[in-house]
Design a protein around this ligand. Structure first.
Ligand code: CA
Length: 222
């Protein structure tokens, strides 16, 4: 899963990014509204953390522009604690949730988890496929109850496939949700990660759909 953090406070931006990376997400960062708007307009994010008070273009305008242009990714806005009107304006502009500053990082992580899983149609923090279980709170994977050790990229691949299980995911889509923007991408590496994952979770769990991509679990419509 890939996120965008738009926050002009450099320290806060780094704290948010570090915590989200540690929780298993690929994270892009922007430090003003112009850069943030551009990234959200051109890259496919699974969720965005958007500060409202930003240089160049304010967060509310960034959000309104995204929604006007049809971008539907979940957006969590960061607001000032005493500005209830900001929360109302933000939600009316298309925000899915808000957190008031100052906040505890755990609250951001919980709300981002919820936005990402809801967008993929999941109500629970435990995603399962047969005997494979992904605990989103702990970023932990078990097979038949035994923990499986994954690298960060393997975890990202598996998390994306688990969120979208039953659906065919193309290599391009998987690649786009796997890496940060400035990462040196090579679509072949997705195949390498899938190969390693199969060795760890069982070779029949992730199916290769010829010419189309990968599917985890039984096929579903859509
Ligand atoms: Ca700010």
């Amino acid at each position: 899963m890939r996120l965008l953090v738009v926050e002009d406070d450099a320290d806060l931006n780094r704290q948010l990014t570090d915590s989200l990376v540690e929780a298993g997400y690929a994270v892009d960062t922007a430090f003003d509204g112009e850069e943030g708007h551009f990234l959200g307009d051109t890259e496919p994010y699974d969720a965005v953390v958007l500060d409202l008070g930003l240089p160049k273009i304010d967060g509310l305008s960034v959000l309104e522009n995204w929604r006007r242009d049809g971008h539907k990714m979940p957006v969590l806005i960061l607001t000032a604690r005493d500005r209830w009107s900001d929360k109302v304006a933000g939600i009316d502009a298309g925000a899915d949730d808000y957190v008031a500053k100052p906040f505890h990082m755990e609250e951001i992580l919980a709300r981002v988890r919820a936005l990402v899983r809801r967008a993929a149609g999941h109500a629970s923090n435990e995603l399962t496929c047969g005997e494979l279980r992904l605990d989103l709170r702990a970023s932990r994977v078990t097979l038949n109850g035994s923990p499986i050790k994954l690298t960060s990229h393997e975890y990202r691949v598996l998390s994306y496939l688990m969120h979208h299980q039953g659906k065919v995911i193309s290599r391009t889509e998987l690649t786009e949700h796997l890496y940060e923007q400035d990462f040196d991408r090579d679509s072949n590496t997705v195949e390498v990660f899938v190969g390693r994952l199969r060795k760890k979770v069982g070779s029949d769990l992730i199916e290769t759909v010829r010419g189309l991509g990968y599917r985890l679990g039984e096929p579903v419509d859509g």
